[in-house]
Write a protein that binds this ligand. Sequence first.
Ligand SMILES: NC(=O)c1ccc[n+]([C@@H]2O[C@H](COP(=O)([O-])OP(=O)(O)OC[C@H]3O[C@@H](n4cnc5c(N)ncnc54)[C@H](O)[C@@H]3O)[C@@H](O)[C@H]2O)c1
Length: 376
Amino acid sequence: MLIGVPKEIKNHEYRIGLTPAAVKEFVTHGHRVMVETNGGLAIGFTDEMYEAAGASIAATPEAIFAEAEMIVKVKEPQPDECKMLRKGQTLYTYLHLAPDPTQTELLVESGATCIAYETVTDDRGGLPLLAPMSEVAGRMSVQAGAHYLEIAHGGSGTLLGGVPGVAPGKVLVIGGGVVGTNAAKMALGLGADVTILDRSLPRLRQLDDIFNGRIKTVFSTVDAIEHYSSKADLVVGAVLIPGAAAPKLLNREQIRAMKPGSVLVDVAIDQGGCFETSKATTHQDPVYTVDEVVHYCVANMPGGVARTSTMALNNATLPFGLALANKGPAQAMLDDPHLMAGLNVHEGKVTYKAVVDALGEQLDLTYVPAADALRG
Ligand SMILES: NC(=O)c1ccc[n+]([C@@H]2O[C@H](COP(=O)([O-])OP(=O)(O)OC[C@H]3O[C@@H](n4cnc5c(N)ncnc54)[C@H](O)[C@@H]3O)[C@@H](O)[C@H]2O)c1
């Protein structure tokens, strides 16, 4: 199969669909790969590295979209990219269609086979192509929080690890899933005093086992959130209710009652945020202050560490990508229900129910189960 990797064109997106190492895997399996010139340059992957891995370098995105049978990307295709897609071509990338009628309409019109990383599943009920980005964001949240606790960055001047003779800073993590666990690991590594809240008792039991009693696990109630946030130096918002907007767990009054110079990192901002005063920010301007509490609400945190994120994403996407190339997309999906769960649009039919639930009326869409669409 001929695989095409265009340079990402979304503002300040430096990740790329395939690393040179991933290209080498495809080439070793007998496939050809075209990479757009300078596609990975910003994160240290030069054209020479891609050529050494066996790729050819294309001068323009048009050349890639015109020739490749499968396009591998990171972010959802922008309108100009959607218009270059065609029937018989496969798109393998993050899509996030439910809140995006324009993209959905363009992908339906294209006739292409569009597989969304974020809806591929695994047999433990997880989302294996979303998890690496949650790991990255969770780990970054504490790094960002520690930075903004410094007095020159608007914080209270607290060192999370403390020093001998001075108590460590207090970190509260709300939500103990992938983001929360990774945040807790980093905070613990810095020597902070860490508390995780979650509403799932089985999850709290797992966390207690993982951390062997070195963090406090507390059942998440309104009272617990109010109590622990008023004492915290750093609060990480890491909750998720699948398919729903994030619940607002701290209101303005509770935020006003926090310590001056404390920091809120709302990782759940991509789902609307879990603090009343949260509004999405960017890596160019990541923080603002409300009632003397610093807010960090970057909606695409992994983009800030694009090199690590690209490698982490490739580790997760590569096995499915190879299956798509080796067997052909339709057979690969019919053989693997978890990969088939990633199919959102196929030859003009929407095959992911949540997208039809969100946009069906507006765009006059009918849901077609993925297996039916693939079998034609
Ligand atoms: N900003 C970014 O760049 C970025 C990057 C990755 C993930 N995210 C977001 O981070 C959030 C967390 O993702 P995840 O992968 O860790 O999800 P996850 O499903 O692994 O974990 C979410 C956890 O929240 C818990 N929870 C739900 N309601 C709660 C409540 N009221 N109180 C306490 N805990 C509650 C759940 O029990 C679960 O353990 C999501 O909104 C995700 O979209 C953001």
